[in-house]
Design a binder for this molecule. Structure first.
Ligand code: IMP
Ligand code: MG
Length: 331
């Protein structure tokens, strides 16, 4: 019997790799019946340019921008007020939001969660209540979508959705692999799993995963409390040219050169079939910018072509059959 399948978009760095743009490109092919989010909540910020308009979403999958039914999966956490605000914002652009579905067993962010998160001083969280909400989920004291009367018309059971009839899904990741609660630089991580395994925890079985699209920028950024950026004025330049400010919090992102080992490990850990390298046009505007770390040593390439070749050679050696594509900032 034919079954559903799912292509997955995952960030291979610390979030803000341009996953929103790539998910939007994939959805535009018309190949998918459903788009869904499998982790995180309003801490995410996806910036999408559609018909010349800048649209920033936090929780709602990009399928809504294309009239494709979209699901907030059970791995996500939901601030209902923020959700309704976001739906209203999207309706303002003329999008039909009635095709949104919410997993009945997704967890709800409460005022107490936000209050607790607002006291964070060590991790540099987005203060959106995510961590405390996941904590209550695991403590078995949380509220779920099916406990909230205002959400009743949106509710869906993930088994029914995925397994009763075959459909093609696109799973839109949030944050990045190096913010994963297990494999990231703990405690400077988010409170969910951000890799391909998290897709399975939303009701898919392992045989249903098809393509895994890894997304990176050609340099690294990180937002949070740990010291990440070194003193180099080229990073200040990169921040301005690349507009490296948080889509959710407006915080300046800390910047460093690409770490090819981190990217390679993330590709291996997630079984990436296609790697997209974003923002090549941004790095092109920075003098002596074609640099990457390998084994902790900074490699400086004389030009873009050399940089591309070295990335392709290194990543291909450890990820057989992987496709690698380089893109600019907006498309
Ligand atoms: P939290 O997810 O709000 O608990 O924040 C934990 C860490 O993950 C902080 O360093 C945040 O800046 C980071 N983070 C969470 N969501 C995103 C995102 O969408 N992009 C980039 N960093 C994020
Ligand atoms: Mg973002």
């Amino acid at each position: 019997m034919e079954t559903s399948n799912v292509d997955v978009v995952i960030g291979m760095q610390y979030g803000d790799e341009g996953k929103g743009k790539i998910a939007n490109q994939l959805v535009s092919t018309g190949e998918y019946d459903y788009v869904f989010r499998f982790n995180g909540g309003g801490n995410a910020g996806h910036t999408i340019y559609l018909n010349g308009e800048k649209i920033v979403t936090h929780l709602v999958p990009c399928g809504i921008l294309h009239g494709i039914p979209s699901v907030i999966g059970n791995g996500c956490v939901i601030n209902t007020q923020k959700l309704f605000d976001e739906l209203e914002y999207l309706e303002g652009f003329g999008f039909d939001t009635s095709i949104l579905k919410i997993a009945e067993n997704a967890h709800i962010i409460t005022k107490d969660h936000i209050l607790e998160d607002s006291k964070d001083t060590t991790i540099g969280t987005t203060r959106t209540g995510n961590g405390p909400c996941y904590k209550d989920k695991v403590s078995r004291t949380g509220l779920r979508a099916k406990d909230i009367p205002e959400l009743e018309s949106y509710l869906v059971n993930m088994y029914d959705l995925i397994h009763k009839q075959p459909k093609k899904f696109l799973a839109e990741g949030a944050q990045g692999y190096w913010l994963d609660v297990d494999f990231g630089d703990y405690p400077y991580v988010t409170s969910s799993n951000t890799g391909v395994g998290a897709v399975l925890n939303n009701g898919f079985n392992y045989k249903q995963v098809r393509d895994v699209v890894g997304v990176i920028k050609c340099y690294s950024t990180y937002v949070g409390a740990k010291g990440y950026q070194k003193d180099d004025e080229r990073f200040e330049q990169l921040r301005e040219i690349g507009q490296e400010y948080g889509a959710t919090t407006g915080r300046p992102r800390q910047i460093d050169w690409l770490n090819i080992d981190e990217v390679n490990t993330a590709c291996q850990m997630n079984g990436v079939t296609k790697l997209i390298v974003n923002k090549m046009d941004v790095l092109d505007q920075v003098k002596c910018g074609w640099n990457f770390y390998q084994d902790g040593i900074l490699n400086c390439c004389e030009d873009e072509g050399t940089f591309m070749l070295k990335i392709i050679n290194h990543i291909s050696r450890y990820n057989e059959g992987i496709q690698i594509e380089f893109q600019g900032q907006l498309h």
